[in-house]
Design a protein. Structure first.
Lengths: 470, 332
């Protein structure tokens, strides 16, 4: 074990952890804004209750996303300083713009929304949640543009004197084809998580609190969330399909690693699962769907998909001796888990909708269990998606330009990075337990009572309680 | 003006804004057990910064991002070199950020006590460590010819840097007390006002000592003027706090912190991280900078968006301008 390994583990753990909160923030900010808009349009209190109810869950999650995000920005400089030196000219710009254009918008307007219920005109208050939601979604774009440069570097040149990447075409970085497709794919994955959370919580109340005065609100939430999940599932599939073809084009090794395809094949089949040795020497059992990998990678059922061995040989010639193959079991299984967990959420959403057809009230214990599992499934899908895309890029930190092992900080000792890794893991684990307990507590508590209006006379204004206070 | 100079100024402005804004919310966090005698009072304190602390912290994220984009060498060397202090700052910011949001989520006293501790420690550590870090930037650190930090942790804990930490601590405490006197009513306002004066005397002594020492290490005409301005602003703030002119007192501490940070940057320029070893290791606004093309794009983005950000963030402070007291704290 050396500092490089620990730095990599830290990046993996902190990033996967951060991205447990990000999808909910991205998706729920918009869905809560939609619920509040419905309240404005209809005046129906049901939507106000749901806005406040899911708004609370959103904020419990939001806080975690904010604080774990700062770590991400600092981590590049702390653990990956040679990487930062190499790409700073290109990679820093989207990060700085993200902070200036998106984070300020998000953080400032979320504060206005939380505390502004009685301080802002109704319309300005509604605009606040939309501004925060737009900020959140915009931030995703800039960070994905930065990440896409690592997958498919564009709009730069290598300065022959300094050996560093220099920006030559900023619009090209922002319109990197990998970024353009990763953005909608990530958003769709995020709405999958957010919709699933809305369904899970709603369904729990629909089944457990069937006589509640708010049963109608929960029924609506459950259906609303289910439709979001279904639309998001379709979007995930559609964007994922395009993404697979772009990936095959710009990072063929990643596609080969997704399948564990050692020799070039045309047509290539996709294995649903494989038991045996994944080093390609022996296959004990596999379920294969013919033509599918060719279709996923090229759009043509008979298309050629390059194998790991050929690509390895080609890269060795191009970049010099060494291994250019990711860890195949990791890429193989994370790719499958991503697809399976993501699609499972969509399937459960269909069941939930079916169970409520024509005004029926579901009561199945099994449906409830499946519903409660729903938010976890797309969260896992998101995590495995990131693990796949980052591990599939290895050994590169910037594909074709810099190896991960060359990006690590030289001045940071193993002891330092171990301290850091341990500290983050411990604090993150503790906070995860606290956060989940709080989410469950507030999810069970149900929609709030919104009937009590603040007194309208202005005489004791100074004494009036705040509409919301920490 | 050179693009690199513009970006040196912008990074300086972002850190200055960060310390002015998060300075008072660090102060409020540290004063939680001092000025908040019971849970209701503590909630008053927390709610004075509730709507704004998150936006304040984005100044740091933007400063970090701007440093990364405009001066990658500076960002890389500084963040890997000041590893453990930055780690502690990150852990502290995590703990306090979550604490603000979660503290009121359960009624148990033990639950609140733990989050209070997170807020206090989470505000105290960065209040000291930012001073230590910036003093070390100004003093210079051992960098080899590749601009790699070659000192250890103890290298960062020199007397000058520790004085820097004590100074930011005292300044932020004063700034927080002054802010609370401005934003609360009744008993808390009285106690905060009285405490601000006492804290302010200590802060003034430390700040004058620290800035004098700073100017003896490296200096420029601008730095001297700014340092004198910082001292005068702090004395003005003290005088205003004594007669309970809370708005003026807050303006005074804000200007004092701003000018003190500006002094450091003015004394530092054109260096961004001097080396105490090989002069070739010194990072300057020129040799640490990105290419002119990157800087030009970033300048356009900054010119367009900074006024917008300032406008809506300023508006937030206007929306939440009212003082609050224990009567305004709802039951839940």
């Amino acid at each position: 074990m050396d500092a490089l390994d620990v730095a990599r583990w830290q990046f993996g753990v902190t990033t996967v952890y951060h991205f447990l909160f990000v999808p909910l923030t991205i998706g729920l900010s918009v869905l809560v804004a939609i619920l509040q808009t419905m309240w404005h349009r209809t005046g129906n209190e049901r939507y106000l209750k749901l806005t406040k109810f899911y708004g609370k869950l959103f904020l419990i999650n939001f806080a975690m996303g904010v604080v774990t995000g700062i770590v991400q920005e600092f981590q590049f400089g702390m653990n990956w300083s040679d990487y930062s030196r190499f790409v700073g000219d290109v990679f820093g710009a989207p990060l700085a713009i993200e902070a200036l254009v998106a984070f300020f918008l998000e953080s400032t307007f979320i504060g206005l929304w939380i505390f502004g219920w009685d301080r802002l005109p109704k319309r300005a208050h509604l605009a606040s949640i939309w501004a925060a939601a737009i900020g959140t979604n915009l931030s995703a774009y800039f960070i994905l543009a930065a990440n896409s440069f690592m997958q498919n570097p564009v709009g730069y040149r290598i300065n022959p004197d300094s050996g560093r990447a220099e920006l030559t075409d900023f619009p090209a970085v922002l319109t990197n084809k990998v970024a353009l497709i990763t953005f909608p794919h990530t958003l769709a994955g995020s709405f999958l998580v957010a919709g699933s959370l809305i369904v899970a919580v709603g369904l729990w109340h629909v089944i457990r609190n069937r006589d509640s005065a708010d049963a109608g609100a929960y029924r609506f939430a459950t259906k609303f969330g289910s439709w979001v999940v279904l639309v998001a599932s379709a979007a995930v599939l559609f964007t994922g399909d395009i993404q697979g073809k772009i990936m095959t084009d710009v990072q063929p090794m990643k596609m080969a690693a997704a399948e564990g395809l050692y020799t070039t094949e045309s047509p290539a089949s996709f294995s649903v699962l494989t038991i045996g040795s994944l080093d390609g020497s022996r296959e004990v059992f596999a379920i294969k769907i013919p033509y599918l990998l060719s279709y996923l990678g090229t759009g043509d059922p008979n298309g050629t998909v390059h194998g790991i061995n050929d690509l390895q040989a080609q890269y060795a010639t191009q970049y010099g001796a060494g291994s250019y193959t990711p860890i195949i079991p990791v890429t193989y299984w994370s790719f499958r888990f991503m697809i399976a967990f993501g699609m499972a959420a969509g399937a459960i959403a269909l069941l939930v909708l079916w169970s409520q057809r024509k005004g029926r009230t579901p009561s199945s214990k099994w449906l409830l269990r499946a519903g409660l599992a729903m938010p976890v499934l797309p969260l896992l899908a998101n995590s495995f998606g990131w693990i796949f895309t980052e591990m599939g890029r290895q050994p590169w930190i910037v594909f074709g330009e810099m190896l991960t092992r060359n990006g690590v900080s030289r001045s940071v000792s193993l002891a330092e990075v171990l301290t850091s890794f341990t500290a983050f893991t411990l604090i993150y684990a503790t906070l995860a337990v606290i956060e989940v307990k709080l989410l469950l507590r507030y999810a069970k508590a149900g929609v709030p009572d919104v009937s009590e209006q603040p007194p309208t006379d202005d005489t004791d204004d100074a004494e009036r309680p705040l509409a919301f206070a920490y | 003006m050179e693009l690199t100079t513009i970006w040196f100024l912008l990074v300086a402005v972002l850190f200055t804004g960060y310390f002015i804004l998060e300075g008072f919310d660090f102060g409020v966090g540290m004063l939680l057990p001092v000025l908040g005698r019971d849970d209701r009072e503590r909630r008053v304190l927390i709610n004075t910064i509730g709507p704004v602390w998150d936006g304040n912290e984005v100044w740091l994220i933007t400063a970090g991002g701007a440093m990364f984009a405009a001066f990658p060498e500076w960002y890389a060397t500084l963040f890997s070199g000041f590893y453990l202090p930055l780690l502690l700052i990150l852990l502290a910011l995590i703990a306090r950020g979550v604490a603000f949001e979660y503290r009121h989520k359960r009624p148990e006293a033990s639950w609140k006590r733990r989050w209070d501790a997170a807020i206090v420690v989470g505000s105290l550590l960065p209040a000291i460590l930012w001073g230590v870090a910036f003093a070390n930037i100004l003093r210079g650190v051992p960098l080899d010819a590749d601009h790699e930090y070659v000192g250890g942790l103890l290298n960062l804990l020199n007397p000058y840097a520790l004085l820097g930490g004590a100074t930011t601590l005292a300044l932020f405490l004063t700034h927080g007390a002054v802010f609370l006197a401005l934003k609360t009513t009744g008993d808390i306002r009285e106690r905060a006002g009285a405490l601000a004066v006492r804290l302010g005397v200590g802060a003034a002594v430390l700040a004058v000592g620290f800035l004098t020492w700073t100017l003896s290490i490296r200096s420029s005409a601008a730095a001297v003027v700014l340092a004198v301005g910082a001292a005068l602003a702090l004395l003005g703030a003290l005088a205003a706090a004594r007669v309970r002119r809370e708005g003026w007192a807050f303006t005074g501490t804000a200007v004092a912190i701003g000018l003190a940070v500006a002094t450091l940057f003015a004394a530092l320029f054109p260096n961004v991280l001097p080396s105490t070893l090989d002069a070739a290791g010194t990072l300057t606004a020129t040799n640490a900078a990105s290419t002119p093309y990157t800087l030009k794009i970033m300048t356009w983005v900054a010119v367009i968006f900074t006024p917008v950000v300032l406008a809506y963030q300023g508006w937030t402070y206007w929306v939440f301008r009212k003082r609050i007291g224990v009567a305004n704290i709802p039951q839940h």
